[in-house]
Ligand binder design. Structure first.
Ligand SMILES: [Zn+2]
Length: 230
């Protein structure tokens, strides 16, 4: 019997890479989905492409969406990316790097592709512990999306399949995610986390995403293979 297919959201960061490796470890055939959405850090798409190959994706779809036309985020509009924030500041409130409704937009596309692929499984590397305060990373959001998805598709309504949104990292710390990825053979040297790379191409080391990444590697007692400028 052919392997079950799973659509995996692959941003190019270490969380999505680990989520992809988890899907593969659970014997799914992985279909990687990335978005060229006008993000400031489109460097992450190079990582997504390399990861898709390294992690054995059956296909890698990069969809173009112009979220820059919508704006409203430091990642898609002319708004400064916060730098050097404390752990406490990162853990409080919703930061300006929040992209309005991003995971709903992404998961909706994943749902469409899953239906075409006759897949019943979507993996997303959201995390509700060491995260940036984004409301669309919480378990209650994912559960609500899953319920909606089963009302929204032909496959769901005809009772042919029941879609599951897998969130293998949702209750892990960043350090646990790093360890899990390592155990599953993820090459973190291929991943990219920084929201605003330096002119020389290095990670800034100061944005929330860089700081969470650094904390994860430090707490796991591991060295990050991707150098940062600061
Ligand atoms: Zn950074």
């Amino acid at each position: 019997m052919a392997a079950r297919r799973a659509v995996v959201l692959l941003s190019g960061g270490l969380d999505s890479a680990t989520a992809f490796a988890t899907a593969r470890a659970e014997d799914f055939a992985g279909y990687a989905l990335s978005f060229d959405y006008g993000q400031r850090h489109d460097r992450e798409l190079d990582s997504a492409r390399r990861l898709a190959t390294a992690l054995g994706a059956e296909e890698h779809l990069v969809l173009r969406l112009d979220l820059r036309a919508v704006g409203g985020s430091a990642l898609t509009a002319d708004i400064a990316v916060p730098k050097g924030r404390s752990d406490q500041a990162i853990g409080t409130g919703i930061p300006v790097t929040y992209v309005p409704a991003r995971n709903t937009i992404f998961l909706s596309h994943a749902l469409a592709w899953a239906e075409v692929l006759e897949s019943q499984d979507i993996f997303i590397g959201v995390n509700s512990l060491d995260y940036s305060g984004y409301p669309d990373c919480r378990p209650e959001y994912i559960e609500a999306f899953e319920r909606m998805a089963n009302l929204a598709t032909r496959a769901g309504v005809e009772g042919r399949s029941r879609l599951t949104i897998h969130t293998p990292l949702i209750r892990l710390t960043k350090a646990q995610i790093v360890q899990r990825g390592l155990d599953l053979g993820v090459d973190f040297g291929l991943t990219w986390s920084c929201y605003e790379p330096e002119p020389d191409g290095r990670a800034c080391g100061l944005c929330d995403s860089c700081l969470l990444r650094r904390k994860g590697f430090a707490e796991a007692g591991l060295r990050d293979p991707v150098p940062a400028a600061h």
